[in-house]
Design a protein around this ligand. Structure first.
Ligand code: 5GP
Length: 362
C-alpha cells in the first residue's frame, strides 16, 4: 500500500462533486440541517453508507449538489480535492465538473467555473501548475510549472487541468453552452469536454451537435461509454471516436473488437464499476482483458469520495487482484502520461518526473 501511495500517478477521470471529502459533506450537511433546509440525520446516513448501486449514486449526486452548489463551497471543494490528490502523489490531475446554472444562487455556468478556478488558486499545500503552450499562454497559479521545480523538495507539485462535463439531462443548447464555455476558458486550465450523467437518461442525438462542435473546435473529448448495455449508443460513441473513453463495461464481442482496433484509451475505474454493478467483481473486471491485449488504459478513481477509494488504492487493487509486479505498476502509471489532454511540454515534464522518481520505486 505504501509503495502505491509513493508511486507518482496520473488521474484522468475524477468528478469534482464525487471526490469531496466525507468530512466536508458532513460539515456542509450540518450547516444546512441547522438552517432547516435538510434533515441532517437522514443525510448523514446516506453519506456514510457503503454500498452504492448506479441509481443510488445519481440520487446521491442530487443531494451532493444541494450541499455544494454555491460559489464559496465550489471554491472550497476544488481546493480540497486538489490537495487530497496531491497528498497521495498524483502529479497530473484532470478534474471534470458540470458547469451549473442555478438562478436561486445567482449562479451561471461561467460563474460556477470561475469559482472552480478560484479554488485552484487557493491551493496552498502544493504548487499547482496551470500552464499550456497549446494556447500560447504561460499562466501558473501560485507557482511555476513542475518542470522548473525539479529538485525542490519543500512543496509537492501537481499539474491540474479541467474538463467540462455535459450532463445527459441537458438540452442540446445547454450542452453547446458548455462547449463554448470550454473554448472561452481555454487559457484558464480548461482543456477538454466530457459526457457524463445518468446513463439511462437522455439520447445520444441530443449531445451529438455539441460534441461535434467541440471536435470542430479541436477540443479533446472523453465520453462515458457502456456503463449499461445500450448497443445503439455504444456503436455511435465508437463511431464518433473520441480521444478517450470512460468505463466501457457492457460491451458485446463485436464492440470489444471494434474498441481494440480503434485503440481508444480507456479510463479504468475498478472500484466504481464493481460497486455500481458495471463489472461482476474485481477478478472478472475487464481491466485484465484490456491489459493483456496491451490496450491503452489508465487507472482512475471516478468518484473517490462517493466510493471511498483513492488512486493509490486502485493501483493496490490491481496489484493484489491481477498480480502485477512493481515494475509493471510503475509502467502502467507512466504510460498514462501518453493519454493526458495537456500538450507535449507538459507530457515531457511528466515523463521527467517519472524518470527522476525515487529509484526504489522502479
Ligand atoms: P460534478 O460534475 O457535479 O462535479 O460531479 C458529479 C456529476 O458527475 C454527477 O452528477 C454525474 O453527472 C457525473 N458522474 C459522476 N460519476 C459518474 C459515473 O460514474 N457515471 C456517470 N455517467 N456520470 C457520473
Amino acid at each position: 500500500r505504501e509503495w502505491c501511495f509513493a508511486l507518482p500517478k496520473v488521474e484522468l477521470h475524477a468528478h469534482l462533486n464525487g471526490s469531496v471529502r466525507n468530512s466536508t459533506l458532513l460539515e456542509l450537511a450540518k450547516q444546512l440541517g441547522d438552517k432547516g433546509v435538510i434533515v441532517f440525520e437522514d443525510v448523514m446516513d446516506v453519506i456514510m453508507k457503503n454500498g452504492r448501486s448506479l441509481p443510488e449514486c445519481f440520487k446521491l449526486f442530487d443531494l451532493f449538489h444541494i450541499l455544494t452548489t454555491d460559489h464559496d463551497t465550489v471554491t472550497r471543494i476544488t481546493k480540497e480535492v486538489v490537495e487530497d490528490f496531491a497528498a497521495e502523489n498524483v502529479i497530473y490531475l484532470e478534474i471534470r465538473t458540470t458547469p451549473k446554472n442555478n438562478e436561486a444562487k445567482g449562479m451561471t455556468k461561467r460563474s460556477y467555473m470561475n469559482a472552480v478556478v478560484k479554488g485552484l488558486k487557493q491551493v496552498e499545500a502544493v504548487d499547482v501548475a496551470l500552464f499550456d503552450s497549446n494556447f500560447r499562454t504561460n499562466e501558473t497559479l501560485n507557482s511555476q510549472p513542475a518542470i522548473e521545480l525539479d529538485g525542490d523538495k519543500k512543496k509537492k507539485k501537481i499539474y491540474v487541468r479541467l474538463l467540462l462535463s455535459i450532463d445527459r439531462r441537458e438540452t442540446t443548447s445547454a450542452a453547446l453552452d458548455t462547449v463554448n464555455l470550454a473554448m472561452e476558458m481555454k487559457d484558464q486550465g480548461v482543456i477538454g469536454i466530457d459526457l457524463s450523467g445518468n446513463p439511462v437518461v437522455g439520447e445520444w442525438e441530443t449531445y451529438l451537435p455539441a460534441l461535434q462542435h467541440a471536435k470542430e473546435l479541436g477540443i479533446p473529448i472523453t465520453i462515458h461509454c457502456g456503463e449499461v448495455a445500450n448497443k445503439k449508443e455504444i456503436q455511435a460513441v465508437l463511431d464518433f471516436c473520441p480521444q478517450r473513453l470512460g468505463h466501457v463495461c457492457c460491451l458485446n464481442d463485436i464492440e470489444w473488437k471494434k474498441l481494440k482496433s480503434l485503440m481508444i484509451p480507456v479510463e479504468i475505474c475498478l472500484t466504481s464499476n464493481v460497486m455500481t454493478g458495471g463489472a461482476p467483481s474485481l477478478e472478472l473486471h475487464h481491466f485484465a482483458d484490456l491489459y493483456n491485449a496491451r490496450h491503452p488504459l489508465s487507472l482512475c478513481t471516478d468518484d473517490c469520495g462517493l466510493f471511498s477509494t483513492s488512486l493509490s488504492n486502485e493501483y493496490y487493487l490491481v496489484a493484489t487482484t491481477f498480480g502485477l509486479s512493481k515494475s509493471e505498476l510503475f509502467q502502467l502509471a507512466q504510460d498514462a502520461v501518453q493519454f493526458v489532454f495537456a500538450d507535449d511540454v507538459v507530457k515531457k515534464s511528466l515523463k521527467q518526473m517519472f524518470k527522476h522518481a525515487d529509484k526504489s520505486l522502479v
